[in-house]
Design a protein around this ligand. Structure first.
Ligand code: C5P
Length: 218
């Protein structure tokens, strides 16, 4: 990690979970802390990049030198990411909900029957849309949090979403994943696989940026 090696580059980074509202008091969410994405945004800014950070609902301070936009839902995240383009690099580190309630109830849903069925509909896939857009950044990077068959799922997403890199991690094991300060990542491209960590997320952020910088130079 050379100081200033990312000067002149624009990064857009998404981080954190999304919350998909059910009614005025409830939502469907997930356990992402946002730490990995915030660490990436902080490291990129420290190395001289211009960084737009699109943050879901998290309790984290804005890193120095980063322009932050707060969002709540997958739909809001999509709009904020596209508003922040063009960029040289998009890093989708947010744990975006794949489904959201079809409609948000105007009033609190009452307890009335033994079972309650929620109807969910797909959210926009921001990462895939960014990678397919006319204003596609030169380097598009996704994350894959998997509980099993990590490599197969990660490689599938790399291809299907037309990514340059995908950083995969196993969730649901100690010292890795959502709430931890440490993580271990395997970063896949079409040609190669590189293992990073286990290490603090701040270190991994710099190592991931090294791989991205390498690709941008090539
Ligand atoms: O398909 P899956 O959700 O596992 O893919 C994870 C990657 O896709 C992450 O980089 C995430 O930010 C992105 N994603 C997205 N919009 C969605 C779902 C996932 O940008 N609706």
């Amino acid at each position: 990690a050379e100081s200033g090696d990312l000067a002149g580059l624009r990064f857009v980074v998404s981080a954190g979970p999304t919350y998909e509202d059910l009614d005025p008091v409830r939502y469907v969410g997930n356990r992402s802390s946002g730490k990995m994405g915030f660490a990436i945004a902080a490291a990129a800014a420290r190395r001289g990049a211009e960084v737009a950070l699109i943050a879901g609902p998290v309790h984290l301070a804005t890193p120095a030198g980063v322009r932050r936009t707060d969002v709540r839902s997958a739909a809001q995240l999509r709009d904020a990411v596209f508003a922040a383009l063009p960029a040289d690099v998009y890093i989708g580190a947010a744990a975006v909900a794949d489904y959201a309630p079809r409609a948000v109830a105007d009033n609190k849903i009452k307890k009335s029957s033994d079972t309650l069925v929620l109807e969910l509909v797909p959210t926009p896939d921001t990462l895939a849309e960014v990678a397919a857009s006319p204003s596609r950044p030169r380097c598009v990077v996704g994350f894959a949090a998997e509980t099993q068959d990590v490599e197969a799922h990660a490689r599938g997403k790399l291809q299907k979403k037309r990514l340059d890199l995908i950083a995969a991690n196993r969730v649901g094991v100690q010292g890795s994943g959502f709430e931890s300060d440490d993580n271990a990542l395997t970063v896949y491209s079409r040609e190669a696989a590189r293992t990073l960590g286990p290490a603090p997320k701040t270190r991994l952020a710099d190592e991931l940026l090294d791989l991205i910088a390498e690709r941008l130079r090539a």
